[in-house]
Design a protein around this ligand. Structure first.
Ligand code: PXP
Length: 243
């Protein structure tokens, strides 16, 4: 049985990381986003961090002005970011935990333990017509809390699965169970973090996951084969996994 098409969102943060290493304008993450769109990306993801270490505010405005596909703005659940989101009105906001000292998003958002605050942020974004997604661990408690917080979408953190080597095993089963629970209680389920050619297929094969968001590996691979080729290969593997 062929599963329904799974969307691929391309995270362009690390084009900005490279640009910022020299403080100039090259390489341009917006140019990468436009090329990703042309190559079949179903959406573009960008994480505006509090410390602006990669994507900066002007990137978000330029993306909003130039993209034809939906922008998924990843951000911390803090007032500064909510105000930016309400001003720029991206298609979606994915709320992520953020620590200044971390290299990347370590672990999922603690929704269950911070329900009132996350619900309030979700409500403010939803009121502005923004689709709210919560980046959480594949854990029953967090999936149920996401529903309680009023988020229509969750994104399951696949970092632990990736670090464990990918493939069959406990971590994949956790993702499967969380995705099944999400479907059962009416949440749209996405996944991402640490996905590569080597580990994407078992996650892409989970019927209830309708979107993957992938960045770092594709940008690294693009150095060797070009961005279009790296995105095309990821797309091919996802389609193969679902056929
Ligand atoms: N989804 C979310 C919510 C993320 O924070 C990230 C990393 O910024 C990704 C997906 C993409 O992860 P990676 O860059 O490892 O592919």
């Amino acid at each position: 049985m062929t599963l329904a098409y799974q969307r691929l969102g391309i995270n362009i943060d690390h084009v900005a990381t490279l640009r910022n290493a020299r403080g100039g304008i090259h390489p341009d993450p917006v140019q990468a986003a436009l090329l990703a769109e042309k190559t079949g990306a179903d959406g573009i993801t960008a994480h505006l961090r509090e410390d602006r270490r990669h994507i900066v505010d002007s990137d978000i405005s330029r993306l909003m002005a130039q993209l034809s596909r939906p922008l998924n703005l990843e951000m911390a659940a803090i007032d500064e970011m909510v105000e930016i989101a309400l001003r720029t009105k991206p298609h979606a906001c994915c709320l992520v935990p953020e620590k200044r000292t971390e290299r990347t998003t370590e672990g999922g958002l603690e929704v269950a333990g911070d329900l009132a605050r996350i619900s309030d942020v979700a409500a403010r974004l939803k009121q502005a017509g923004i689709r709210v997604s919560l980046f959480i661990e594949p854990d029953e408690r967090q999936v149920r809390a996401a529903q309680a917080a009023g988020a229509p979408v969750i994104e399951l953190h696949t970092g632990t699965y990736a670090e464990a080597g990918g493939g069959e095993g406990e971590q994949l089963n956790r993702i499967r169970s969380a995705a099944a629970l999400a479907a059962e209680i009416g949440l749209e389920c996405h996944a991402g973090h640490g996905l590569t050619y080597a580990n994407v297929k078992p996650v892409a094969a989970i019927a209830n996951i309708v979107e993957l968001n992938i960045g770092h590996f594709l940008m690294g691979e693009a150095l060797f084969v070009g961005l279009e080729a790296s995105i095309r290969e990821m797309r091919r593997l996802m389609d193969e996994a679902r056929s």
